[in-house]
Design a protein around this ligand. Structure first.
Ligand code: HSE
Length: 345
């Protein structure tokens, strides 16, 4: 426990940014995450000028009822391109849930005003909820000088995933906080996050279809997964996942791509993405080295090492969705650094 009364009030407002990410990369369900520079969410946390039970401060404006629940110490405002679909209730907001966990664990008594600038399309498999949670934990850590380790920041941010996935998974938040490629070991009592710097020539194209995605899409996309799998499928998946890790270690995009084959999750989910097979076949024909569902979908990600092929791959993916009378946004991008503090006042 940290006694916040002993903390020097060094700053009043901190803004952090956290990148989008793609999870799974085919065979690495819940254990692989890659941060990508497609979009960033921004979270600003301000100390709230409200009654503080420790210091007995006077409430100035926008008073928040203080009770024993950490959620009452947080007030959230959503702004940005995709703010409308995200609830501001703390328990239904990934940034709110992650902050609530930190407030509780560190016995923090202050109140905070949290502004989430949502630029990552939510519900499309681009790590949107994870990025808001990642930026939120980075911001509060910096605002209160908590000096939380990166691994613990990932653990706190993962709490936020319960808002959209209904379950705790670390792949997107780990990538969003640590940047680059992250291999998750979720099973020890204290999970381990192994970071590997991606090859410099790794490029990705995302096709984000214009679909109405249901609320809690990730939770639904997890419900279609098989409970049992064949040993032969496990062996092939282990081989593929190991090939991806070896590819990241040896900075070999072709080796990474050879491992991007998912015979367990993708077959169970692809019916949720209209024209998935067309989009994949088109992208491969246009020169992509590998194609898979981005996270829980419905975005599809193609991998290449050739900058000159990006436009052709993007066009081919758009044409793939057109065959189902769907339009899509395509984004060409590279691996990203992790979450960062952008301003501190
Ligand atoms: N590993 C998670 C899933 C990622 O596939 O359900 C969600 O973005």
């Amino acid at each position: 426990m940290v006694d916040m009364t002993e903390h020097q009030l060094t700053s009043n407002s901190v803004t952090a940014a956290a990148p989008s990410s793609t999870a799974n990369l085919g065979p690495g369900f819940d254990i692989f995450g890659l941060a990508v520079d497609a979009f960033d969410d921004y979270v600003t946390i301000k100390r709230s000028p409200t009654q503080n039970p420790d210091h007995g401060n006077i409430s100035l404006q926008n008073p928040i009822d203080i009770d024993d629940e950490p959620s009452s110490q947080i007030r959230i405002e959503m702004i940005g391109q995709y703010h409308e679909s995200i609830p501001v209730e703390v328990r239904r907001n990934s940034a709110g849930l992650a902050l609530q966990k930190i407030i509780k664990e560190f016995d923090i008594r202050e109140s905070f005003f949290v502004i989430v600038n949502k630029n990552i399309p939510p519900g499309f498999g681009m790590g949107s909820s994870a990025a808001s949670a990642a930026a939120a934990v980075m911001a509060i850590d910096s605002l209160l000088d908590l000096h939380i380790s990166k691994s613990d920041l990932v653990r706190f941010a993962a709490e936020g995933e319960k808002a959209s996935a209904g379950a705790l998974h670390y792949d997107n938040v780990a990538a969003s906080i640590l940047g680059g490629f992250v291999l998750i070991r979720p099973f020890p009592k204290i999970p381990e996050f192994i970071h590997i710097t991606p090859p410099k020539n790794l490029r990705l194209v995302f096709a984000i279809p214009k679909l109405n995605v249901p609320a809690k899409k990730t939770e639904l996309a997890r419900k279609v997964l098989p409970e049992k799998v064949l040993l032969g499928h496990v062996i092939r998946t282990l081989s593929n996942a190991s090939t991806i890790v070896a590819g990241f270690f040896s900075k070999d995009v072709n080796m990474i791509a050879r491992g991007v084959e998912d015979i367990i999750v993708e077959p169970a989910r692809k019916h949720l993405i209209p024209c998935f097979d067309n989009v994949r076949a088109n992208a491969l024909a246009a020169g992509a080295l590998a194609v898979t569902i981005s996270g829980a979908g419905p975005s599809i990600v193609a991998i290449t090492s050739d900058e000159d092929q990006l436009e052709e791959i993007a066009n081919s993916m758009r044409n793939g969705f057109k065959q189902c009378e769907l339009t899509c946004t395509t984004v060409k991008c590279s691996p990203s650094q992790g979450a960062r503090i952008v301003s501190k006042e």
